[in-house]
Design a protein around this ligand. Structure first.
Ligand code: SF4
Length: 107
């Protein structure tokens, strides 16, 4: 019988996952960071799990909300801080490619 672990990078980092040190062991990115979610009430969210609204499309144009300083700061902090503890259990987290890691260091 075969057992598959998904996402596959977890297999290489089982000990860190078990010990809760995954985010200190490697650089990760959120691969849906450039995806917006609009909640039924019009709130614009960057992350469906963190659910921090950056504005509401009933009050301001989407482009203005998405490119706001608050939304940009949120994304920048996610990258600089190697995501959040909540991300560690999220299927949208994945190891950062080396080229991305270099760009993150220059933020
Ligand atoms: S919890 Fe983290 S990895 Fe998952 S979608 Fe939100 S920001 Fe991305």
């Amino acid at each position: 019988m075969d057992v598959f672990i998904d996402p596959p990078y977890l297999m290489d980092n089982l000990r860190a996952c078990y010990e809760g040190t995954l985010l200190t062991a490697k650089k990760f990115i959120c691969h849906i960071m450039n995806t917006a979610t609009i909640a039924p009430n019009g709130d614009v969210l960057n992350c469906i799990h963190i659910r921090k609204p950056f504005g509401n499309i009933l009050d301001a144009p989407f482009e203005e909300i998405w490119n706001s300083e608050a939304a940009n700061t949120f994304r920048r902090q996610l990258l600089k801080n190697n995501l959040t503890p909540l991300c560690e259990n999220c299927p949208f987290m994945s190891p950062a490619p080396r080229s991305v890691t270099r760009k993150i260091q220059s933020l």
